[in-house]
Design a protein around this ligand. Structure first.
Ligand SMILES: Cc1cc2nc3c(=O)[nH]c(=O)nc-3n(C[C@H](O)[C@H](O)[C@H](O)COP(=O)(O)O)c2cc1C
Length: 194
């Protein structure tokens, strides 16, 4: 039988440079749930993409395109334009996203420029949704505030509605997320919201 939801893409962006760590585990649980719902999935690792950092030249603000040609323009941009749900999974690094993921987010300035400077309506009639999954070692109330704010404006530039997040404190050593008592229930509840 033809899958009803095939063609509906869930794009995952892994922010951690640590392979098989906590945020990658979170991502894999979320993607399993999405596959079970019949969605197509694709996951990109920020650290494996060759991304030039944005240099603020302003080319995208007048021409709607970036001066660089790299994995952002050839791999990431086409994927994020195609995706229906975008999920970012990342550890906290100094109360922010790790550098490779932040470099990728900064390059989204090209979509910000198309939307706010050039008034292009690239995602007309599409209701794209964004999710943030995050882990951090400590337990402070403000631990995820910086990442949530960055994720909100990253999603907004790409016309993605910030739909939900799951953030786990006190998660440090590799493997710690795998024994989390509420994770699977949390993921199921999150998937129901989307
Ligand atoms: C460079 C670096 C910076 C970090 N900064 C923070 C921080 O500001 N706050 C915090 O709670 N944990 C911090 N951590 C801990 C990680 O968020 C934590 O170990 C997380 O579980 C790693 O997730 P991963 O396995 O997906 O890489 C930092 C870790 C590294 C390596």
């Amino acid at each position: 039988m033809q899958n009803q939801k095939s063609g509906f893409l869930v794009l995952g962006i892994n922010g951690s440079p640590r392979q098989n760590g906590n945020s990658q585990y979170l991502m894999s649980c979320f993607m399993e749930e999405m596959k079970a719902k019949g969605y197509d999935t694709q996951v990109l690792d920020a650290v494996k993409l060759k991304i030039n950092p944005c240099i603020g030249c302003g080319n995208c603000e007048t021409k709607g395109v970036c001066i660089f040609k790299d994995d952002f323009t050839d791999v990431f941009l086409p994927a994020i334009i195609k995706a229906d749900i975008i999920v970012v999974s990342s550890p906290v690094y100094f109360y922010a996203f790790p550098a490779a993921l932040k470099a990728l987010i900064d390059r989204i300035q090209v979509l910000w420029s198309r939307k706010y400077r050039l008034k292009m309506d690239q995602f007309k009639d599409r209701r794209r949704k964004g999710v943030l999954l995050a882990v951090g070692a400590t337990s402070g109330k403000d631990l995820f505030d910086g990442m949530k704010l960055t994720a909100r404006y990253f999603f907004d530039a790409a016309d993605i509605q910030y739909k939900a997040d799951l953030c786990y404190r006190g998660i440090d050593e590799k493997g710690k997320m795998e024994n989390h008592p509420t994770l699977h229930e949390d993921i199921k509840n999150l998937a129901r919201e989307l």
